[in-house]
Design a protein around this ligand. Structure first.
Ligand code: ATP
Ligand code: MG
Length: 757
């Protein structure tokens, strides 16, 4: 079986041990993910039906890459493997089973934004001080309760939790959790944590459903097992209980999500849960040079709470780790950008070979600026997701409402956008009427005449009728036709089209991009049901990185260390190595938090294959003030024999010429002829929006000095319309014209290409 030739004996043994519980706890770069990938291919070669295999990965992207690798061995069968993140896999199962636990199949997934907006509304209704009840804190508390499988009812009976809240001055916390859960339920919505929490409820309450999935998933595998929380742990445990063909891989030294409830105990429990577990050791790192592996080992040795592990590399020694000091974050950006150009030229690398990793997203700005200045193409990972942009969320809210009219966050978002005369007072009245009668907001909206009066009743009824008409279209049309219909008839397209500012144009283009994506979806051949509700299902779970149009583009990667987990790059820059930034200020209170920061540093260092650069600035703006910074203790902890620095990291004075000789190099002058500027990439998307007006043959603008209100006109681009208002004095007369296709617009007559019809 030559496809197993690319494995060393212990990796191969782990791959071939397909039956029974298997655990691999091993250091970074030792081939854990590779073992899972080959193991799945091996199972399929052994005639296991891919539908019976469940693989849980850390990101959607990781799942996609793994699937492609497996496909190269076993062919298109690999498409049928159940492979994805915990959230996406269990959302998919909940879609099928939702009705058992009282949710509609079309339940909405509330993203972080929706959750916070709902929490804010609840805090306001309960008259709670939003400083004390900080929305992030409240969210965190609820999230942590759910991930420990504590329901609102249990929370409110748990004296210890309630006492803790009282001591923190938040005696109403339990009630907030209760109300939040009721509201989500009323709206037919689940938040991210619910996807796991409700899966547990489902598997716990319905033995026949549990049985069904236990028999479906004959083989389970979990990557990055060290970062699973209790809720995830329990799902896996339940599903594996019959066949016990479960293989988990992880590295306790890379556990970096304790702050989000990940529990390293899960690794230790595994041996207790499955006493006959087969444990495999992987000790050889194939990713990095000896220097990098040894430096990483020396870092983690500073942590007290570690499982014993031996990691070695048989790769070359490689370059020493470069440490650079800058005076400011901008200077740091410059040093990094210049070093990229230099190294790229010296070693004939692509931009793709480089990654810049930082502790917090805010640090990307200085890096981006310097990369742009030197025309270095880059891709920012994990930034604001395309799907989080306002205009995209607005249109998606219409889609959500079409398929789940009880979705209250979507309803509140668009009931008066674009403006249709439904003011805050009316919305307030709807909410009060719903609460008073224990109805859903939609019940009030759909029966507006019963609950509201006068003009507001009419506007709200019209809105309800419009949503109902979308539902009718949605039931009978393709995803794209439905989406296009909604974009046009909701008024969103027109609203954005009328905004001629640069931002407005960008928003209009984003909507077009979304519609393009839906069109592609409508034309996919690998999905049976191509209606808009299916497209909508996972949108809340998509991140920017999943939307990567061009994954092979030659760009430098920028991301936080958290999102670099599992990845590898030939050259890695870890920037901002300063006390209070990395380790983060918030982590300095306890050993366990500091150790988590150190594991984060270990993760960062072990992403590098050939060369690692570290840098820090001696001053940095944070929260608007310029602070002096100390180099991070993590630099000190590295054995100096691995480092390449020609200055004393503890002295704050710059070297004699004010810069680092090693980092600022004479070749800069050659830059112009060595590097041709990358051409800006033009992404061409064919417009699928209404075609621009084609002027009638022989169209010639006429004299508009005698234009009158009520006259019919033709505009070269906007088409036919009627003048509804004229204001101002010659020569600056502004005409308001109502165009048939586009609605109302204001034009300055002296520039407008108009013909009186
Ligand atoms: P991390 O802890 O960072 O997730 P990992 O243990 O999952 O790392 P992999 O990503 O699976 O490690 O492997 C690291 C690199 O080493 C990959 O490029 C992989 O292809 C390569 N590799 C692993 N095992 C072998 C092998 N036996 N022969 C050649 N290359 C290997
Ligand atoms: Mg891995």
């Amino acid at each position: 079986m030559d496809y197993l030739a690319g494995l060393n004996p212990s990796q191969r043994a782990a791959v071939e041990q397909t039956e029974g519980p298997v655990m691999i706890v091993a250091g970074a770069g030792s081939g854990k993910t590779r073992v899972i990938t080959y193991r799945v291919a091996h199972l399929i070669q052994k005639r296991v039906d891919p539908f019976n295999i469940l693989v849980l990965t850390f990101t959607n992207k990781a799942a996609k890459e793994m699937r492609e690798r497996i496909m190269s061995v076993v062919g298109s069968e690999a498409k049928n493997i159940w492979m994805g993140t915990f959230h996406s896999i269990f959302a998919r199962i909940l879609r099928v089973e939702a009705e058992l636990i009282g949710y509609p199949k079309n339940f909405t997934i509330y993203d972080t934004d929706d959750t916070k907006s709902l929490l804010r509304a609840i805090l306001k209704e309960m008259n709670l001080d939003d400083k004390l009840y900080n929305v992030n804190h409240v969210y965190g508390r609820i999230s942590s309760a759910k991930n420990n499988l504590i329901s609102p009812q249990e929370y409110n009976k748990n004296e210890a939790l309630l006492a803790e809240d009282r001591e923190n001055g938040r005696p109403q916390m339990g009630q907030v959790y209760m109300t939040y859960a009721q509201r989500c339920y009323r709206a037919g919505a689940m938040d991210f944590d619910d996807l796991l929490f409700k899966t547990n409820v489902l598997l716990n309450k319905f033995p026949e459903t549990l049985y069904k999935y236990q028999h479906q998933f004959k083989y389970l595998m979990v990557d990055e097992y060290q970062d699973t929380n209790f809720s995830q742990y329990l799902i896996v445990k339940r599903l594996a209980a019959v066949n016990e063909n479960i293989c988990v891989v992880g590295d306790d030294a890379q556990s970096i999500y304790a702050f989000r409830g990940a529990n390293i105990q899960n690794i230790l429990n595994f041996q207790k849960d499955y006493p006959d577990v087969k444990v495999f050791k992987l000790e050889q790192n194939y990713r990095s040079t000896k220097t990098i592996v040894n430096a990483a080992n020396s870092i983690i040795a500073n942590n007290k709470n570690q499982l014993e592990k031996n990691v070695f590399s048989e790769n070359e020694d490689g370059d020493k780790i470069k440490v650079a000091r800058a005076f400011s974050d901008n200077e740091e950006g410059k040093i990094v950008a210049e070093a990229i150009l230099q190294e790229k030229a010296l070693k004939s690398l692509n931009y793709k070979a480089f990654a810049i990793l930082y502790r917090t997203n805010a640090q990307s700005r200085a890096m981006e600026e310097s990369l742009r200045k030197l025309n270095i193409p880059y891709k920012l990972y994990g930034g604001t997701s395309f799907y989080q942009r306002k205009e995209i969320k607005d249109l998606i809210a219409y889609f959500r409402l079409t398929y789940n009219p009880n979705d209250e966050e979507a309803l509140k978002r668009v009931i008066n956008y674009p403006r249709r005369g439904i003011g805050d007072t009316t919305i307030e009245k709807i909410i009060v009427a719903a609460d008073r009668n224990q109805y859903r907001l939609w019940d009030i909206v759909a029966n507006a005449q019963m609950f509201l009066d006068g003009r507001s009743a009419t506007s709200v009824s019209n809105f309800a009728t419009m949503i109902q008409s979308f539902q009718a279209v949605g039931n009978n049309s393709s995803a794209f036709d439905t989406a296009m219909h909604i974009a046009q008839h909701s008024g969103i397209l027109k609203d954005l089209y009328e905004d001629k500012s640069v931002e407005g144009l960008a928003r209009y283009e984003n909507i077009q991009e979304l519609l393009n994506g839906i069109k592609e979806f409508s034309e996919r051949e690998d999905i049976e049901q191509k209606t808009l509700d299916v497209f909508l299902q996972d949108v809340a779970l998509l991140t920017n990185d999943d939307n990567d149009k061009d994954p092979n583009a030659d760009t430098v990667s920028l991301m936080t260390i958290h999102s670099s987990k599992g990845l590898e790059f030939p050259v890695v820059f870890i920037v901002g190595l300063e006390e209070n930034l990395f380790p983060s200020q918030l982590s300095l209170n306890s050993r366990s938090e500091l150790e988590e920061e150190r594991r984060l540093f270990y993760v960062a260092v072990t992403r590098a294959e050939k060369k690692l650069h570290l840098s820090y600035a001696t001053s940095r703006y944070r929260w608007g003030t310029l602070n002096n910074c100390e180099p991070s203790r993590f630099i000190d902890e590295l054995n100096p024999s691995f480092l390449d620095l020609d200055f004393n990291p503890r002295s704050s004075a710059p070297s004699s010429d004010g810069a680092f000789k090693s980092d600022r190099i004479a070749w800069q002058t050659k830059e112009k002829d060595t590097f041709s500027k990358p051409k800006p990439k033009v992404v061409k998307t064919t417009s699928i929006l209404p075609k621009a007006h084609v002027p009638t043959p022989g169209f010639a603008p006429s004299d508009t000095s005698n234009l009158q209100v009520g006259m019919e006109v033709e505009h070269e681009r906007f088409g036919f319309g009627k003048v509804v208002n004229l204001e101002g004095n010659k020569p600056d007369i502004k005409a308001t014209i109502f165009f048939k296709e586009l609605g109302q617009k204001q034009l300055l007559l002296k520039f407008a290409k108009l013909r009186i019809v």
